[in-house]
Design a protein. Sequence first.
Lengths: 114, 112
Amino acid sequence: GQQLNQSPQSMFIQEGEDVSMNCTSSSIFNTWLWYKQEPGEGPVLLIALYKAGELTSNGRLTAQFGITRKDSFLNISASIPSDVGIYFCAGQDAGGTSYGKLTFGQGTILTVHP
Amino acid sequence: DTGVSQDPRHKITKRGQNVTFRCDPISEHNRLYWYRQTLGQGPEFLTYFQNEAQLEKSRLLSDRFSAERPKGSFSTLEIQRTEQGDSAMYLCASSSQGQPQHFGDGTRLSIL
């Protein structure tokens, strides 16, 4: 099935560093979401973006909805060990007959060294 | 505030057997989605319910798969005659209209 192009695939960083990851699509989405998944658990919602150009923060996390509606990025500032996990972007098209299903990226595996 | 609940968390079965998973969404959510996630990949959409009506099905949902949401509350996903390729994490998500989807912790299916 279709998936978004998410990069990088993995990141190894030192505690305290900033992190940036992004997601691109050949299709336009009306909503972009970022989720975090830890082993054995389901994805947990981090940030939802609803308008092109929107910049939204949630604590140390900042995400932007690209102006073309075909991309989004997520930044994590001052990383800490509990930021470890897999981060997924997801696009949602509420138009037509899609009924809001999500299309996910392949994920970015984040490892933080203390 | 209870989240999305899925049962069982793990299922190990022999090839050819039938399996059924259950999802209990967040109580006020009328939208329910099933996704499948294989190792190293993001979740992929399987099917969508609005209340009790199944309104969208992915091509991933072969004839061996069936899902129901009989009273518009909990949902079940059944796989008949399981195959090796069915091994995956099956995730359920729910939402209200205009709100983001919240996921359960999934059922991990292993086919021997």
